[in-house]
Design a protein around this ligand. Structure first.
Ligand SMILES: *Cc1c(COP(=O)(O)O)cnc(C)c1O
Length: 452
């Protein structure tokens, strides 16, 4: 890569780049990253940062992991890409086999795409067309959970409409019925009651339920019990409604099992389709897959082309992505990977009591390698939003101290790469304590603290 100084890089970026989820007018300069290794990122001035959010949750085994880097390099020298319509290649076929073999419940086929949003689009299109192919075209409504996030393409936005990110696009989003998210016992009851009512009134109109099993990520790391998710699945199955699990975030070990669905399956809940992306390639290549069971696949078999799923992307089943995914999956067969994951969870757990009685923290929680809490704010009645000053202050203060976080409003979370050394995570918690102290003194009530 051409060598740019820190300043040159930032100047080029400012002149030519438009960043995602960013109000470019008010944004501060981006972190200028030139290198990554294990759980760390290095900026153009050589400063080291702990990537405590795994680069938007995609990184699994650490940055520039040699096994995955080599797998990609070998594959690039052999076959970089070929279209996947009418063509196949070893990495795609082998990866599909692996994914089906590792699937939490019986799955039959893998449909590849490029990113989390496209994996969701594919699943939604499959659900819609499934019922048309079955001769039940009225079943075309989607049910989703309030606050669910499924990506930024149109179908995914419709299913995630209640997350509040999509106001400018609302007129173009199809209708979706939302049920409460069961994050505690009372909301579980409300969710099940709403679902029951919907199924009773209009199961004949409903194509599918889509949800993020165990953790709603983008809406603030909201956790659900596996038994609750299983109950939703069972009720849908009984009412002939397909279930789509959006495991774009939760798959590949985040919740402590390879898939979140592994835990749901223990309570007898099963999805018909599972969408995966972020961690699929270990965070190396943009790639996604929609796994389906046999029944969904069979509904597309016919002598007529029109019954087929007429959907595809130029880079479907890209060999480099498949090679990266195979290498990443292979690392899960090492007991040491799982040991590090359990270690991360143990460190999170060991800090829970401290967080639980901290004056500025609310609702600390742990699920697998994910830990989250809400930062109490004096202005909490103003609500929290992505662009809020609170989240920006937290982000910038952590960055100063060498840690990359990206709070969701006032929800702060750790989603570290699994290779994270125990002392890195311990240090991050110590830094958090320092930052909370600063936060406390910034917002402490008392004379002169009224800023308005
Ligand atoms: C990130 C995410 C998506 C969208 O994935 P992209 O690759 O960003 O399009 C969908 N669903 C969930 C649960 C996600 O966390």
């Amino acid at each position: 890569m051409t060598l740019l100084s820190h300043t040159e890089l930032l100047e080029l970026d400012a002149q030519y780049c438009w960043h995602p989820f960013t109000q470019m007018q008010t944004a501060t300069a981006p972190l200028a990253v030139v290198r990554g290794q294990n759980e760390f990122l290095f900026d153009a001035q050589g400063k080291k940062y702990f990537d405590a959010v795994s680069s938007w949750w995609v990184n699994i085994h650490g940055h520039s992991h040699p096994a995955i880097a080599q797998a990609i390099a070998r594959q690039a020298a052999e076959l970089e890409h070929v279209m996947f319509a009418g063509v196949t290649h070893p990495p795609a076929a082998l990866l599909a086999q692996q994914l089906i073999q590792h699937a939490p419940t019986p799955m039959a086929k893998v449909f590849y795409s490029d990113n989390g949003s496209t994996a969701i689009e594919v699943a939604l299109k499959m659900a819609f067309q499934y019922w048309q192919n079955k001769g039940v075209p009225d079943k075309k409504r989607i049910i989703a959970l309030e606050g669910g996030y499924h990506g930024d393409t149109f179908g995914a936005m419709a299913a995630g409409k209640s997350s509040g990110f999509y106001d400018p696009f609302k007129p173009w989003l199809f209708e979706v019925n939302f049920i409460p998210t069961g994050v505690c016992h009372c909301t579980e009851e409300a969710a099940l009651a709403t679902l029951n009512q919907l199924l009773e009134d209009s199961a004949s109109d409903i194509a599918a339920l889509i949800l993020e099993p165990l953790i709603q990520g983008a809406s603030g790391m909201r956790f659900m019990r596996p038994a609750f998710v299983a109950e939703l699945c069972k009720r849908c199955k009984a009412a002939d409604v397909l279930v789509i699990f959006d495991e774009v975030f939760t798959a590949f070990g985040r919740t402590g099992t390879l898939f979140a669905a592994d835990q749901v399956a223990e309570f007898g809940g099963q999805a018909d389709m599972i969408c995966i992306s972020k961690g699929l390639t270990g965070g190396f290549m943009p790639m996604a897959a929609t796994l389906t069971n046999q029944a969904v696949y069979d509904a597309f078999l016919s002598d007529e082309v029109g019954r087929a799923l007429l959907h595809g992307h130029s880079y479907t089943a890209n060999p480099l992505g498949c090679a990266a995914a195979l290498a990443s999956l292979a690392l899960f067969s090492h007991e040491s990977t799982w040991a590090s994951m359990r270690n991360i969870e143990a460190i999170h757990q060991s800090w829970l009591p401290t967080l639980a009685c901290h004056p500025w923290i609310e609702n600390p929680r742990v699920c697998g390698t994910v830990a989250a809490f809400e930062l109490k704010s004096k202005q909490s009645q103003c609500g929290s939003s992505y662009g809020s000053n609170t989240s920006q202050w937290i982000r910038e203060t952590f960055l100063e101290l060498g840690i990359v976080v990206r709070p969701l409003g006032n929800t702060v979370y750790w989603v570290p790469p699994y290779c994270t050394a125990p002392e890195t995570l311990e240090n991050a918690y110590q830094t958090l304590m320092q930052i909370l102290q600063r936060w406390g003194s910034l917002t402490a009530p008392g004379p002169g603290s009224e800023l308005f």
